[in-house]
Design a protein. Structure first.
Length: 148
């Protein structure tokens, strides 16, 4: 079951958020975590992240076939946070561009700036997006068309 990290945990730095809500036989996220911070008790159970043990490295994201894990970092700057999203489309956006930030329903909720494009050979690429603090729990996708 997904949980939202406490404010205290968010203020300590990057942390993974798992939005994997379906009972499916899957667990590569748990196998990928070097800190053993992800538990999938039975193979059909939803993963649970031990947020205090997670350091936000993001390895689990690149191994998740469901694109269901995100990493957020509230400590990026005074008024902006980072949300890292898995991204399997091409072309990849350029670092520095501003793009439409979408919520879980595909609705535009504002703008995001791409601050890093993390390529993962044979795994899922990851985009690092700077967004206003208030959008970090909203932004889960992007749209490139109008901005490129
Ligand atoms: S971000 Fe890193 S430490 Fe946290 S759950 Fe994923 S693999 Fe483990
Ligand atoms: S790898 Fe992804 S889809 Fe599979 S259990 Fe983990 S979070 Fe869910």
């Amino acid at each position: 079951m997904q949980t939202i990290p406490s404010v205290e945990r968010l203020q300590k730095g990057p942390v993974a958020i798992c939005e994997c809500l379906q009972s499916i036989p899957c667990n590569p996220c748990a196998d990928a975590c070097p800190r053993r911070a992800i538990t999938v008790r039975e193979i059909n159970d939803c993963p649970v992240i031990d947020e205090d043990n997670c350091n936000g490295c993001g390895l689990c994201m690149t191994h998740c076939p469901g694109l269901a894990i995100f990493v957020v970092d509230y400590t990026y700057s005074q008024d902006q946070s980072i949300v890292r999203i898995p991204y399997e489309f091409f072309p990849l956006p350029q670092v520095g561009v501003s793009i439409s930030a979408l919520n879980r329903r595909g609705e535009c909720v504002g703008m995001a700036q791409v601050i890093r494009v993390q390529k993962s050979p044979n795994k899922t690429n990851v985009l690092w997006l700077a967004v206003p603090d208030e959008l970090v729990m909203e932004v889960r996708a992007i749209r490139l068309q109008e901005e490129q």
